[in-house]
Write a protein that binds this ligand. Structure first.
Ligand code: PHE
Length: 335
């Protein structure tokens, strides 16, 4: 009994201690064998109990040796592996970077959502109505040439959208004014690919429809946007033409002429063109089921890619779609 409790209570911190324990109990000249040797002299009536106790001690000693050995080996595994040193700095987890297009897109969404614009999306494969006809660009209208279009060969009614104005049409068809929405997304134009232009790029277009919306509201909204986006507040509106707005304008931001790059970017004028805009043509409102006598509105559209090139000093638009990890990695510290 006493030996049993000794065996049960035994613990060891090293292999040597376990080995000493094994020799003491289970070794050839160990206590277990001594007890077995004594068995002969045990009186017959006690042999049963003695035998049982003897066997229990024998297996308890063996089991103890095995469990202690295993425990020590486990501990050894841990101490020889790297996780034991808790003072070591952790290994950095590789995380990706946001794409510059997404960074700029999110900034634009954020700026407009602060003044009550929501985000709307639509399909990249469009029909003629939503991309052109509803926008006051009927078939054979020469202004269609402004946007070289990819058509699906078998069906002239199916095309890749050339602007996200198509989303604005869908939004007006499905929502009643007041409307304040921006539509970010990818658009396609059949243009030669170069460092400055691509056959696909990204836009954010905005639409605001309510009672008594004026050109002054448009200008103030753009003023707010350019100040938030570029930290530059001087803008100018140059008369322009879009079939879906009247009057229409091109928006320039004053970039200044402080560096060589400023000079190149602004063609020596200091003014940089960033978007098109105008008051939504009443025909467009009517096409989309909105009463043009009751409501008016403005719209604007800008290219995300060009703004990304500008803000992140990227020299070639093709880098935005080549997925070169050395390029993408550089945006890890950006938002
Ligand atoms: N849809 C025009 C384009 O892609 C941009 C624009 C939008 C112009 C809204 C005016 C008003 O070029």
């Amino acid at each position: 009994k006493q030996l049993m409790s000794e065996v049960e209570a035994f613990t060891a911190n090293s292999k040597e201690e376990v080995e000493a324990f094994r020799i003491k109990y289970s070794g050839k000249k160990g206590l277990v064998n001594d007890i077995i040797a004594d068995f002969r002299d045990v009186p017959n009536e006690m042999k049963r109990d003695y035998g049982r106790a003897m066997n229990m001690l024998k297996s308890a000693a063996l089991e103890k040796v095995n469990t202690l050995k295993e425990a020590l080996e486990d501990a050894n595994d841990i101490s020889s592996s790297s996780i034991n040193d808790t003072s070591r700095p952790g290994e950095a987890i590789e995380i990706g970077a946001r794409h510059p297009i997404s960074i700029v897109k999110n900034q634009i969404i954020d700026i407009f959502s602060r003044i009550g614009f929501n985000v709307s999306e639509g399909p990249e494969i469009e029909d003629d109505w939503h991309n052109f006809t509803a926008l006051n660009l009927p078939e054979y209208h020469p202004a269609r040439d402004m946007q070289d279009t990819f058509f699906i060969q078998t069906d002239p009614d199916v095309l890749l959208r050339t602007h996200t104005s198509s989303v604005q049409v869908r939004y007006m068809e499905n929502n009643k004014p007041p409307i304040r929405t921006i539509s970010p997304g990818r658009v396609y134009r059949n243009e030669a690919i170069s460092g400055r232009s691509h056959c696909f790029f990204h836009q954010v277009e905005g639409l605001y429809i309510d009672k008594d919306v004026s050109f002054a509201d448009l200008k103030q909204t753009l003023q707010y946007f350019t100040t938030e986006m570029f930290g530059k507040s001087k803008i100018r509106l140059r008369p322009s033409y879009f079939p879906f707005t009247e009057p229409s304008a091109e928006v320039d931001v004053y970039w200044g002429l402080e560096t060589e790059t400023d000079y190149k970017m602004t063609k020596g004028t200091g003014w940089l063109e960033i978007m098109g805009c105008g008051m939504v043509d009443p025909n467009v409102l009517e096409n989309c089921g909105i009463d043009s006598k009751e409501y008016s509105g403005f719209a604007f559209g800008m290219g995300i890619d060009r703004i990304a090139l500008l803000l992140h000093q990227i020299s070639d638009i093709r880098m935005l779609s080549e997925n070169d990890i050395r390029f993408l990695e550089q945006f890890k510290s950006a938002l």
